[in-house]
Structure formats: C-alpha cells, structure tokens
Design a protein around this ligand. Structure first.
Ligand code: PLP
Length: 372
C-alpha cells in the first residue's frame, strides 16, 4: 500500500462555492481566481470543473495562465500582476489574456510594442494597500494614456482591498478605499473591479462589475468572516492520512523532537503519516485539533518532516490503520491555521507535490480532458 497521505479534492464543492459567489451579484461577473495552482487544488482540474460556469479565470502570471490554455480551455485569463517583460505582450495578445497594468514600465511597454491585436487592460489603482497599483494622484494620467493607446482594447478599473476581512474598526475602511478612486476614471458605462472573497462576502459597496473571489471557491471563509454567505461554503480539500503506529507513554515520558510534550499522565499516542514535508504546518501548537476515526483529538509534540503524533488515550478502539483527517469538514483549515499562526491560504498552497491529489466529481473529469 502507498503512503496514506492524500488530498481529496471535491470538484462539485468548488462548483457549489462558485455558484454561491456568483449568486451574491447576479448582475455582476465573477472571475475564478486560480493562481498558485488553484490555491493548491490543481489548476487544470479546477478550471475544467468550472469551465461552463466561470466567464474568466485569474492567475499571477502568464506561465500560470498558459497551463489553462494547455488544458484546452479558451477562457480569458486575467494576469493579476500583469507582465514582467515586454516580450510577454505578444503572447498575451495572441492568447487573449487580460493584463493588469500597475506601473509606468508596463504602460510604456504597451506604448512601444507592436502586437497583433489589442489587449484588455485592468488599470490597477493603489487606494491604500500600498503594494501594487498607480498612486491615486497618477491614476488619471495613466488612464488617459491607456485610452489613447491603440494597443489597448478596453480598460477595467481595479483596486484591491486591505481590510475587507477586518470587521468593524480599522484605520482604512473599505469605504475609504473606494472613495479614493478618482471620479474621472469611472466612466458612466465603465467597468470596475474591487472585491476579493472578503469584499464580496461582506461589503455590498465593493460588489461591482467584476468580482475576484479566490479562497471562498475552495470553501474557506477569509479569516474569521462569518455571515449568511460564508456559512454556505463547503470545504473542497480534505487532507487525510492514517495512524501508522500507537504506543503508551508513562507519566513524565516525552514525545517527539525536543520533548515539547511531556505526558502529564499515562498517555496513548498515535503516530500519523503526515508531516511538514507534506505541508502540515510545523508551527502547529500543542492541542491543534486532529480528526481520528470520527473523533476530534489533539496534536501532541512537535510536527516532524514525515509524521506527527496525537493523543488517542480517550479513543481506545483506534489502532494502526485508523483514518485521520488533518483538515476538511470536521477540522476546518481555518482552525489548524489559527492554531499555527497562519491562514488557510498558506496551508492550501503549502501542500507539497508528494501528496497525491484525488479528485471527486459527479461528472468525471476524464470526460472533459482533451486528447493529448
Ligand atoms: C489573490 C487575489 C484575489 C483573490 O483573493 P481571495 O482573498 O483569495 O478571495 C483577488 N484579487 C487579487 C488582486 C488577488 O491577488
């Protein structure tokens, strides 16, 4: 038998989550953000599953977008960081990708490069995230130059929210950020894109022509957001393995590297075949929930490269071979993340190549695959 760690990916649930996302703005358009290998879920399989529902996808780079083309899908793909070299423009043009334009270098490339057909451009404005985009004061000038550029087919105005998942009190509110977008770039029929998952789930004012949800498609609510929409999301990934050894530890005995766990009483410990080299966070605190044979127990001791240990004292019927869920329906990725000082995005994108992905879908993915 193979090493039992697997990531089960339920493609029907990703479609369900996409339907929830789209239903929030029935008149707007919803782009499926599938950067970073669809947040670790497998970009080819995810895009094929969403092919008939999603009007467009978004990735971080042209390299990631090309994987979608190789899967045989002809959807527009928005490049969220735009291009990094002028030579990418001809591929963007030929492939029908959409590019973010966030700096002077990219505008100039678009002005001097010869391309076969004009490109759709998303002009990114920095309204307070201070990461990517034209400063508010330079946005009008950038907009005018793009308007006059024959290489530009159309312009969508875009910005990214810094605090959409922060709840009530923040220094920079969603409203503040939106108010900073210069009026002049917002044409009467113009297109505007503001919302990521948190913006879409929690801020009506952020729901505009194009939404850009990522994490919610994979069934995870951004940080601690909890509302009528987020409660309908279904986790798409289940990280699973099995118990491969059990033992009794006498009171005072230690478990794992550095003896972080010292048994306060006689304790039965199960060893699970999953570790940080599979993507389980090494930072996971003592007591992080783990689901073993239908019950929640706690992590004990440090996570090692290929294994971790759990306290199974209270579930005596559990033995070698018992199924373990590291995250999924019974232990949310958000719980493991908050117990490890990180976020579910980080957990999903950290699942490594040696973890086999198993896809579940009511319409067989194989049928959608094109002959190679
Ligand atoms: C990643 C990303 C998104 C999606 O964010 P989520 O929080 O995963 O919904 C949207 N817009 C931009 C610009 C991004 O980089």
């Amino acid at each position: 038998m193979a090493r039992p760690v697997v990531a089960e990916i339920d493609l029907d649930r990703i479609c369900h989550n996409f339907r929830i996302a789209s239903s929030i703005t029935p008149r707007g358009n919803t782009i499926a953000v599938v950067k970073a290998d669809a947040y670790g879920h497998g970009v080819t399989e995810v895009c094929k599953a969403l092919a008939s529902a999603a009007p467009a996808f978004a990735t971080a780079s042209i390299e990631e977008a090309m994987v979608i083309r190789k899967a045989g899908l002809l959807h527009p793909v928005l490049l969220l960081e735009g291009f990094f070299d002028s030579y990418e423009l001809s591929d963007i043009s030929v492939s029908g990708f959409w590019t973010v334009v966030h700096n002077e270098f990219q505008i100039r490339c678009l002005e001097v490069e010869r391309i076969s057909k004009p490109i759709s451009v998303w002009l990114k404005i920095d309204t307070g995230m201070s990461r990517l985009g034209f400063p508010v004061g330079e946005a009008e000038n950038a907009f005018r130059r793009l308007k006059d550029n024959p290489n530009v087919r159309n312009i969508v105005i875009m910005t990214h929210l810094a605090n959409a998942d922060a709840g009530g009190s923040t220094l920079l509110s969603v409203n503040d950020q939106i108010a900073r977008i210069p009026r002049m770039v917002l044409e009467p029929e113009g297109q505007l894109s503001i919302a990521n998952s948190a913006g879409l789930l929690a801020h009506e004012v952020a729901r505009r022509s194009w939404q850009r949800p990522g994490i919610m498609l994979y069934g995870s609510s951004p940080l601690n957001l909890d509302n009528e929409y987020s409660r309908q999301l279904l986790p798409a990934m289940t990280l699973k393995s099995r118990i491969i050894a059990t033992r009794w530890i006498e009171q005072g005995g230690q478990v794992g590297y550095g003896g972080r766990f010292i048994a306060p009483k006689r304790t039965r410990v199960g060893t699970v075949a999953v570790g940080y080299a599979d993507g389980y966070p090494r930072q996971a605190a003592e007591g992080t929930p783990v689901f073993v044979s239908g019950r929640r127990v706690g992590l004990v001791g440090r996570v090692s490269m290929d294994m971790l240990t759990v306290d199974i004292t209270d579930i005596p019927d559990v033995d070698v071979g018992a199924e373990v869920e590291l995250w999924g329906d019974n232990v949310l990725a958000n719980e493991v993340a908050s117990s490890s000082g990180t976020i579910a995005y980080h957990l999903f994108t950290s699942v490594t190549r040696r973890v086999r992905r198993i896809y579940k879908s009511s319409s067989a993915v194989e049928r959608l695959a094109l002959p190679t």
